[in-house]
Design a protein around this ligand. Structure first.
Ligand code: AMP
Length: 212
């Protein structure tokens, strides 16, 4: 199964991807996580990407393409969820060609729809486990009491200024990708408002139809 989870920042892509991994044993390919790991490791890619991420801007595509190519190859072109990629028409065009040349086109692009107010609220209340990368929401999915509180951090790009920038970037550069996939006939829209498990049920019914 080859799936893209698509949507604005704060749509819950990371949270839902983690649940899909658990339920279907798929590989989670999150460019955001890979970039944050590279920043933590201070690798050449991380050092170059850091400024863009902190400001809420997109990292130049040339830096990420190789990384995506590698993980898809490692997954043998099957059994993965892409989260946070593609984020521009250029990335979508490249990915489509890359997958088609290996006869492994996407099964579905699941677009998680949330209203704009929800996005800001979710991002500003989001916290992350700095060791595991697990996402929390201070009100709806708080960090469990057995997790060391010093590990629970707020992402630097979840500060108000970066949030605003990321939403602007989403509208200008990422949103058109939805239409790109609609034209290809693989787009499925899912309501992303409501409780985590309710959204997951909606996504699961899409995935089960692909499997059937
Ligand atoms: P995310 O964890 O998906 O919200 O991504 C965090 C940040 O990583 C984004 O705001 C970008 O700076 C960068 N990033 C992640 N995926 C991409 C991508 N496909 N293209 C460019 N930048 C990306």
């Amino acid at each position: 199964m080859r799936i893209v989870l698509f949507g604005p920042p704060g749509a819950g892509k990371g949270t839902q991807a983690a649940k899909l991994v658990e339920e279907y044993g798929l590989a989670h390919v999150s460019t955001g996580v890979m970039i944050r790991d590279a920043i933590k490791d201070e690798s050449p890619l991380g050092l170059e990407a850091q400024g863009y991420v902190t400001k809420g801007e997109l990292v130049p595509g040339r830096l990420i393409r190789r990384m995506v190519e590698d993980v898809i190859q490692q997954a043998d072109f099957d059994g993965y969820i892409l989260d946070g990629y593609p984020r521009t028409i250029e990335q979508a065009e490249w990915l489509t060609e890359y997958l088609e040349s290996s006869d492994a086109a996407l099964d579905a692009v699941i677009s998680v729809k949330v209203d704009p107010e929800t996005i800001v609220e979710r991002l500003s209340r989001r916290r992350v486990n700095s060791e595991t990368g697990e996402n929390y929401h201070l009100d709806f999915n708080p960090p469990p009491p057995d997790v060391d509180p010093s590990l629970i951090i707020q992402r630097r790009d979840d500060q108000p200024e970066s949030i605003r920038k990321r939403i602007d970037v989403y509208h200008a550069e990422t949103f058109p990708v939805e239409e790109f996939y609609r034209k290809l006939g693989v787009l499925v829209e899912v309501d992303g408002d409501g409780a985590i498990d309710d959204v997951f049920d909606r996504i699961r019914s899409v995935v089960d139809q692909i499997e059937a």
